[in-house]
Design a protein around this ligand. Sequence first.
Ligand SMILES: [Zn+2]
Length: 351
Amino acid sequence: MKNITLNCLALFFPFQLLLIYVLKQNPAWVETYYSEGFFLVSSQLQHYLTSWIPFSLGDLFYSALVLIIVVWIFRLIKSRFRKLGTRFLEAMAFVSLIYFLFHLFWGFNYYRLPLHKSLGISTEYTKAELYEFTCDLIQKTNDLHAELAENDSVKVDYKFKQGQLQQWVFEAYTNSTNEDLKIPYRVENLKKSLFSLPLSYGGFSGYVNPFTNEGQYNYKIPKYKLPTTMAHEIGHQLGYSKENEANFIASVITMQDENRFLQYSGLTFALKYSLNDMYKKDPLLSEALIAELRPGVLKNYKEVQEFWQAYTGPVELVMETVYGNYLKVNNQPLGMKSYDYVVALLVNYYQ
Ligand SMILES: [Zn+2]
């Protein structure tokens, strides 16, 4: 009986690959039947099951997966690599099952319609349009900095508890009157990651667990970065799996909210992408634009930069490679570079 189950699971794997191939060609199906259909129900159910648990159940699940793999390798060595056929079958069945659950509960969202198509906007923009958009962000950022910081050369201080920031982000989603973005449900399901230290070394601010739909954030990052990080993870929870789309949603939700601190987080977040993009197109112009910023704004950026610098090392390089490849496998062919698409969305959306 056990062998039949293992065989079925293993044989199921190539069928899943075929299904992914078909879905990749038909994003409209995925949008209608999965992202705006099945996923809405399944994710809601996952939230009811996990949101009341004070710690991340998904993190325990990940730990269990690692334990299963370690035990499997141990048994393989202990049996002196006998019964290799059975061990291989076990591995295939395991991979197939995890792959299936990953896609069923979240991963198919990678194949939904690209956000610019759902929003009916273009992805093209000229340097002049980027310049105008960036200038507007700089103006707003400077004005807000003048309001929130004690003087022009100090950073905006986020002297709030993490729970308070989290509450504001939930409220930003709940109160959002944005009708362009599909914000289908609002369940508070964000948790501190149990792996925040390794995440810091890996260069990660947060993640959504696709198996439980809990959002985890790295509680060690500077508080000023928490609102956009939390908003980004909620974007993932809403079914926007792709990094650039979650970044766009995080920017829009925080920038459009009434809370000044959320706005500041959102504006500087969007501005960083715009300035990076401008730097690629015209380094001198981008430097001239940066010089327009109040020095205190740069101190907020610097604080974040220094945080990550304190955790740099070989782990980060390994994680970047692993995650870059993960993105490529999951319909983001440019890997980590696909983050640039967020500028295309922002510039065109705000036109
Ligand atoms: Zn993300």
